[in-house]
Design a protein around this ligand. Structure first.
Ligand SMILES: Cc1cc2nc3c(=O)[nH]c(=O)nc-3n(C[C@H](O)[C@H](O)[C@H](O)COP(=O)(O)O)c2cc1C
Length: 318
């Protein structure tokens, strides 16, 4: 698949997830075969001001390319300026978030609030396309709620405005993350536009990826919660999609090794203080398969540095 000039090797990639898709996590997903990755959503106003925290979230390295940096906002000029910063940081693609359901954004008319205003999205996309020379993509939902499906109209307007692809999360904004996704909206979008259509929602097993691609006709699939603590899903799904065989599930030993690799790079990237704050969430996704998960979850609260954590993992993942 080609998004603008950017070539994507196969259809299985990583969905952006706030607080989860850190640079270390994205690199891990690449290592396991994700064909594309994206940062979490970052406020365009902060990015445009080159706020320190926003720039940290917009860190990238050549090893994760092709990678997208994702911004959200409602003001075309601010979005255009933020997109220029995404380019400066070294990303291959700038992704515009029109899907986030959180109230704070909604009240500002940003993120998912814009799913009710397709022409506004068209104007933002046009302004950003004009501002940068890398592909511009957008992340949308089916519509604001179950009664209003605006995804098709938005995808068409975005294509006319020069976007390189659309990524549809097959739930409405009102649904947030609850309830089954309705993949049929992705097929309707795919039939209405000529640029690449990616989609997400409800992928939990490698086999779901194959079913998703068949049912929707989409060019790609972004795996969300199904890869948390489980980057193996990328190599398993890629193998199925490319006609290979089913791969064996990871052992406890594999899980321990990969978790330690991820956490070590989180300590390097964030420093001790922030890495410790993130540690329970990052590690519990990997540990939820353990028979003694509850004991691990309690013990991780007392970890003070990476050495402590190594000892904890060695004593639980046996
Ligand atoms: C905790 C969490 C955070 C998310 N953050 C973002 C985000 O920052 N930007 C975005 O475009 N989508 C975000 N999403 C949506 C995912 O990219 C994806 O579309 C969705 O999770 C797919 O559904 P699934 O988790 O059922 O597979 C988030 C999802 C979750 C669960």
């Amino acid at each position: 698949m080609l998004i603008g000039r950017v070539s994507i090797a196969h259809p299985v990639g990583l969905a952006p997830m706030e607080e989860h898709t850190s640079l270390p996590f994205r690199l891990l997903c690449k290592q396991f075969g994700a064909s594309f990755v994206c940062t979490e959503r970052i406020d365009a106003a902060d990015v445009a001001k080159r706020d320190k925290r926003a720039l940290k979230l917009l860190s990238t390295t050549p090893g994760e390319r092709p990678a997208a940096g994702q911004i959200s906002g409602a003001d075309p000029a601010v979005m255009a300026e933020a997109a220029r910063v995404v380019v400066e940081q070294g990303f291959s693609i700038v992704d515009l978030n029109f899907e986030c359901p959180i109230k704070r954004l909604h009240n500002r008319g940003e993120g998912g609030a814009l799913m009710a205003d397709p022409p506004a999205i068209g104007r933002i996309v046009a302004a950003v396309v004009k501002a940068v020379d890398i592909p511009v993509t957008l992340k949308i939902r089916s519509g604001p709620d179950a009664e209003r499906e605006t995804a098709v109209e938005i995808a068409q307007l975005a294509e006319q405005a020069g976007a390189g692809a659309v990524d549809v999360h097959a739930r409405s904004v009102a649904q947030a993350y609850v309830g089954g996704p309705d993949w049929s909206v992705i097929r309707r979008v795919k039939e209405a536009v000529s640029f690449p259509v990616l989609g997400s929602g409800g992928i939990r097993e490698p086999g779901d990826v194959v079913r998703f691609l068949q049912e929707t006709g989409a060019d790609g699939v972004a795996i969300g919660r199904g890869c948390l603590g489980n980057p193996w899903i990328f190599q398993q799904a890629r193998s199925l999609v490319l006609g290979g065989s089913t791969m064996a599930a990871p052992t406890h030993n594999d899980r321990a090794r990969v978790l330690l690799q991820l956490v070590e790079s989180e300590f390097e990237f964030y420093g001790n203080y922030l890495a410790l704050k993130r540690l329970p969430r990052v590690s519990c996704y990997f540990a939820k398969f353990l028979p003694e998960f509850a004991a691990f979850r309690d013990a991780v609260q007392s970890v003070r540095n990476f050495q402590d954590f190594k000892r904890l993992v060695r004593s639980h993942f046996v």
